[in-house]
Design a protein around this ligand. Structure first.
Ligand code: PMP
Ligand code: GLN
Length: 387
């Protein structure tokens, strides 16, 4: 009994880079531009609604699919912003963050040996969930092209599809690259889903954070509504990453499959927070526009600061994040660079190498989060200039 009790397939995963880097920030007192969480609170109406719910008895198990008010608010939000019509009773399920929705979707849809097409760098929970399901990931690499925009090779995407492909797992706007998939790219993905008769699971947690281009849910493309599960979360849009209120929407049979797994993962969560997120989803357009404008200004601020510090910075078209090449500063390995950075200049970033199967593609790339107050971004940029 002296061997590692962890099942073999999970051993390669170690501790997530977000925990490692946030712990390093705490230990060193460095500015944390690593883990993506805002340093300001979300809309006051939402916070007040949560306080009120907590004080008025919303403290027991909510219904498995989520409280009706929240399911209706999710359906209304999808209609308002993306013209997707959902039945709140059968086509919406509330989850413990987008993370649980992704895990439940993969566990619900994949048999052992099934293949999941995804894009690398990928959000780390994707790899873990695919592995937990006994499925196999087929990553397609995003690489900075001319002008710094991350692109994939069409032939590589086509080659990733095959007879065992069960689903494509797509994150747009994309963490960590800040890529926003274009209509043309989405049409190509949709065409392959049709050709190979696969499902699509889309992670759209940054749906309101597109600065250049437009956000297009894959489910809105011809033929895709019936095969797509769309996932989002309150964490990013309403600056409440610790609340872990997420959801999945889609055709009833896909939502029901997620629900049947989800009931044995967490069953339910966040009872007093669900009515508050319902309030937030119903805020006027001005909230969403103001939120976007604030983050866009932060994006510009940090991009300028990193460029002035000597990094090659790749344009971020959306999300909380911007990526940079460390080689102009003499770095070669992002993990090493990020472990040393707090000690050298008092800033924490995240190496994106850990989000690739083909690690060489990301060895020299790191990610900075700009969901921070402008003065914090400026201070971090000043420190980085001293590198
Ligand atoms: N997907 C992506 C792409 C993310 O960046 C994150 C992290 N915030 C999540 C999912 C997880 O979302 P949640 O906190 O709602 O579980
Ligand atoms: N999504 C956040 C990020 O990408 C952090 C999530 C986490 O810590 N698991 O930085």
């Amino acid at each position: 009994m002296t061997v590692d009790p962890l099942v073999e397939r999970m051993r390669p995963f170690g501790t997530t880079i977000f925990s490692e880097m946030s712990a390093l920030a705490l230990r060193t007192g460095a500015i944390n531009l690593g883990q993506g969480f805002p340093d300001t609170d979300g809309p006051p109406e939402m916070l007040a609604a949560a306080t009120q719910a907590l004080a008025s008895g919303a403290n027991q198990y909510p219904p498995l699919p989520g409280i009706p008010a929240l399911r209706h608010a999710i359906a209304d939000h999808e209609q308002r912003f993306w013209s997707l019509t959902r039945d709140p009773d059968t086509e919406v399920v509330v989850t413990a963050g987008a993370t649980e929705a992704v895990a439940a979707a993969i566990l619900a849809l994949c048999e052992p040996g099934d293949e999941v097409v995804c894009f690398e760098p990928y959000y780390d929970s994707y790899a873990a969930s695919i592995t937990l399901a006994g499925a196999v990931r087929r990553p397609v690499t995003l690489r900075p092209a001319v002008g710094g925009r991350y692109e994939f090779d069409e032939a590589e995407l086509r080659a990733a599809f095959g007879p065992r492909t069960r689903l494509v797992l797509l994150n747009t706007p994309h963490n960590p690259t800040g890529k926003v998939f274009t209509g043309e790219e989405l049409a190509l993905i949709a065409g392959l889903c049709g050709e190979y008769d696969t499902y699509a699971v889309t992670d759209e947690v940054y749906e309101h954070l597109v600065f250049d281009g437009v956000h297009i849910p894959l489910a809105t493309l011809p033929g895709m509504r019936e095969r797509t599960l769309r996932i989002s979360s309150a964490g990013k849009t309403f600056s409440c990453t610790g609340w872990k209120v997420g959801w999945a929407t889609g055709p009833a049979r896909l939502v029901s499959a997620v629900q049947r797994v989800k009931q044995f993962l967490t069953f339910v969560n966040a009872s007093p927070l669900q009515p508050a997120v319902a309030v937030a989803l119903g805020l006027p357009d001005a909230y969403f526009a103001g939120f976007n404008a604030g983050l866009r200004a932060n994006r510009d601020r940090l991009t300028a600061g990193l460029t002035a510090a000597g990094f090659e910075v790749f344009p971020s078209h959306g999300t909380y994040f911007v990526t940079a090449d460390i080689r102009p500063l003499g770095g070669t390995d992002g993990i090493e660079f990020c472990r040393e950075l707090p000690g050298r200049v008092g800033v924490v970033a995240v190496p994106t190498q850990v989000f690739y199967d083909h690690q060489d593609a990301g060895r020299h790339l790191i990610r900075f989060a700009f969901c921070k107050r402008p003065e914090v971004i400026d201070q971090a940029a000043d420190r980085l200039k001293a590198y």
